[in-house]
Design a protein around this ligand. Structure first.
Ligand SMILES: [Zn+2]
Length: 95
């Protein structure tokens, strides 16, 4: 991992929930214990083994940032876990 991306990740963690959630989505809960997110792998040819392992697993919201430190919130019901560069997998809200 490059140092600059490591520093970026640390900065994101220090800024708390607000930094993770786009302004227009801050009314929703993403990272509470009660939020459930199902991993859907992209199924494309060069999908990595890590993503294949995650496929179908359900994560509680409070596990997400530890499990997927590079995640980005895309919409109310979709998070990109960004497991690796160019990862096309998604986390879909289950509840
Ligand atoms: Zn992936």
């Amino acid at each position: 991992m490059q140092l600059s991306s490591l520093i970026g990740a640390i900065r994101l963690i220090q800024m708390g929930d607000k930094r993770w959630i786009p302004q227009q989505l801050r009314g929703y809960s993403f990272f509470s214990k009660l939020d459930e997110w199902g991993f859907q792998s992209s199924e494309h040819q060069n999908m990595c083994i890590t993503c294949e392992d995650f496929n179908g697993q359900v994560f509680a919201g409070d596990e997400l940032r530890r499990t997927f430190p590079y995640l980005t919130v895309e919409s109310k019901n979709t998070i990109s876990p960004n497991v690796h560069p160019n990862c096309k997998c998604t986390l879909q809200r289950e509840n």
